[in-house]
Ligand binder design. Structure first.
Ligand code: MN
Length: 296
């Protein structure tokens, strides 16, 4: 199943080139704040996977091509992100650590955006904003101290995820926290649909240039390890998002670019880059010269 959020926050399931709109069947109030309907639905589906079966039959249909796709979970409890989780990216960043000995950081929920929304660049003319191509893992059943052998019981599904960042040496979270710096989508492909996530090809283009290409088998800290490590520290809740780390090939984007990410059996989305007027801060007043070594 492919779970989507679209237009004004409607919830649906993608079937071919259509969306089955579940908004009314779920009794979902589009004015609800905070917007926790998707978080709640993931929790319910994790308890009762068949919950939607009867509802889907009578749902209105919307052409997928005409829908504006939003981030599938706008209000998770947290977005967890693993830095330097592919050796080739570690080498290009000249990082002397890896995620398995470094741990994770958090991105703010307010940085989440969707496939139908632009990445808005902050007004930081001295700096480059880079793309990072990542597999997003969406937690289903929550838990604490989850042993690695039980990881499958806690994964709801997977999405394409772009971990956008202002390059620099300042606080990592600060540089990765801007609104729209965490596009997730185009939907959540549920775990049963994706099958084995430990051998997924992923690819990222800027316009038509391939920038990143990798397979999840090359993760330093693997998916069971990420769930074990994160839950050793924090209770995981349904809808939590894990950004699993980027392979080599990170690089700058500019206004007008189209960033395309595709992950095998998960999906593909193309996100437009726009220049925003705000976001300037004295933190980025000094230029930063990245010491990134491009790898072939
Ligand atoms: Mn990242």
């Amino acid at each position: 199943m492919k779970l989507v959020r679209f237009n004004e926050g409607r919830l649906g399931v993608v079937e071919g080139d259509q969306i089955l709109d579940l908004t009314s069947a779920l009794g979902h109030d589009l004015q609800e704040w905070p917007p926790v309907a998707a978080t709640r639905l993931i929790a319910q589906l994790s308890e009762t996977p068949t919950r939607l079966d009867a509802l889907l039959a009578g749902c209105p249909r919307v052409p997928l091509a005409s829908a504006k796709l939003l981030t599938p979970v706008p209000w998770p409890n947290k977005v967890i992100a693993f830095p330097v989780n592919y050796h080739d990216h570690g080498r290009e960043m000249q990082a002397n650590y890896r995620a398995n000995h470094q741990g994770f950081f958090l991105k703010p929920n307010s940085s989440l955006s969707g496939a139908g929304e632009p990445i808005v660049l902050p007004n930081v003319p001295n700096r480059e904003v880079h793309h990072e191509c990542e597999l997003g893992i969406i937690i289903g059943k929550g838990g604490r101290d989850i042993p690695r052998e039980k990881w499958r019981e806690h994964v709801f599904g997977y999405s394409c995820l772009l971990d956008m960042v202002v390059r620099g040496r300042e606080e990592r979270v600060f540089r990765k926290a801007y609104d729209t710096f965490c596009p997730v989508g185009p939907w959540i492909a549920t775990a049963d649909e994706v099958g084995d996530p430990t051998n997924l090809d992923m690819k990222l283009w800027v316009n038509d240039e391939v920038r990143q290409q990798a397979n999840t088998r090359d993760l330093v800290l693997d998916i069971p390890g990420m769930i074990e490590m994160a839950s050793a520290v924090m209770t995981l809740y349904p809808g939590d998002v894990i950004a699993s780390g980027t392979p080599a090939g990170v690089g700058p984007v500019k206004a007008g670019d189209l960033v395309r990410i595709r992950i095998e059996r998960v999906g593909e989305m193309t996100v437009r880059v726009e220049q925003g007027l705000g976001g300037g801060t004295e933190v980025f007043a000094a230029p930063y010269v990245p010491d990134i070594k491009k790898q072939s």
